[in-house]
Design a protein around this ligand. Structure first.
Ligand SMILES: *Cc1c(COP(=O)(O)O)cnc(C)c1O
Length: 354
């Protein structure tokens, strides 16, 4: 990372921070004063700019609106007890953004633009990072095509942007999830491993049907046979079965979550048995009935760990047991949470201090 990267900074005249009720933050509804904007044109990334957060105007023929060259990331920053800014594993988000970019024919963003742009933006809006326990700054980096053209082809111009949202503490009551056996999220050869906008557009309708039926979220199964468990919403899925941590291997249909990766690393350090393998819905249901499945949870940036209470399959609800005081998912949550908040020594090099 260099600090010679030039960034043009146009600061706001007056902060909007006084208009925000930091005690009642709604996820994704408040936006910090500034945003980062970098244009790609003439085959290269131009000088990054930091501008007041606000609307940008485009042609109705802007290509990303029509052909979906749009990708994003989600990550978080925190303040530690000393008031320093900590970001959890940002280079992983940078790498994953570029993996998505390659698949969607979007030019990759250089590391120094991503990291230095992020750092300067967070420093400028440092006051917006909530210091209260459980609160954080949700960071949204994204890229999209901007050519004014209605032919189907890769655009020649793009934007890379980052804006930040202060968010409140995330509490999720144990989830009710339904195994999806009709609709699919991703097929082999497709774009499931990339965080591209269309994946989420396509998930809304089946998720709405599940919600109408009284569930919070869907468990996606493999597209070809609907036999194997894949992931849920914007979370990876993990289970504790007979004391082993079981999760689907990330191939090209599953998003390679940074939280999942972190959970696996901690489990490995704790010498827990790890099984990255296909898990059939049948095995899961039989395992719950036999009392072998002691924990089921989602893993993602928003909640870190979201425990699952109920799994619905073919009209029957299967109930997971209450989590024990020393449940793995509770302990691993604390380990990751304390690390990202700087309460615990960062022995794994996960935290970037800026
Ligand atoms: C973002 C996302 C995840 C979780 O990734 P994290 O890096 O842990 O936040 C899992 N599944 C899908 C589909 C996602 O979009």
């Amino acid at each position: 990372m260099t600090d010679t990267l030039q960034i043009d900074i146009h600061q706001i005249e007056k902060s909007r921070i006084d208009s925000v009720d930091f005690d009642n933050l709604v996820f994704g509804r408040s936006f910090a004063d500034h945003m980062l904007m970098v244009d790609f044109k003439d085959g290269e990334w131009q000088t990054p700019q930091i501008l007041p957060y606000g609307p940008i105007s485009y042609s109705p023929a802007m290509m990303s609106l029509h052909y979906g060259q749009a990708i994003f990331e989600g990550m978080k920053a925190y303040k530690n007890a000393a008031g320093e800014i900590l970001v959890f594993r940002p280079e992983e988000n940078w790498k994953r953004l570029n993996k998505s970019a390659v698949r969607m024919c979007i030019p990759e963003i250089p590391e120094d633009i991503f990291m230095e742009g992020l750092s300067q933006l967070l420093r400028l809006d440092a006051e917006w990072i909530p210091a209260k326990e459980g609160c954080s700054m949700y960071i949204r980096p994204f890229m999209f095509s901007t050519d004014e053209y209605v032919g189907v082809s890769p655009s020649k111009t793009y934007k890379f942007m980052i804006f930040n949202c202060p968010v409140g503490s995330y509490y999720s009551k144990p989830l009710r999830v339904r195994v999806e056996t009709q609709y699919i999220r991703a097929a082999h050869g497709g774009v499931g491993f990339s965080k591209n906008a269309g994946n989420y557009g396509g998930s809304l309708y089946p998720t709405k049907l599940a919600m109408d039926a009284g569930y919070d979220q869907i468990i996606w199964t493999d597209a070809a046979t609907h036999t194997f468990v894949e992931e849920a919403g914007t979370m990876n899925l993990l289970f504790v079965i007979d004391g082993a941590l079981v999760t689907a291997p990330t191939g090209d249909t599953i998003l390679d979550g940074i939280t999942r990766k972190s959970v696996l690393q901690v489990a490995k350090e704790w010498r827990m048995k790890i099984e990255e393998r296909q898990l059939s819905v049948q095995e899961l249901v039989e395992g719950i009935k036999a009392g072998k499945v002691t924990e089921a949870f989602g893993a993602g940036t928003a909640a870190v760990i979201a425990p699952i209470a109920t799994i619905g399959f073919e009209g029957v609800d299967y109930q997971l047991p209450e989590r024990a005081e020393d449940a793995f998912s509770k302990r691993v949550f604390e380990e990751i949470n304390d690390t990202r908040l700087g309460k615990k020594a960062d022995t794994r090099g996960w935290v970037m201090k800026i």
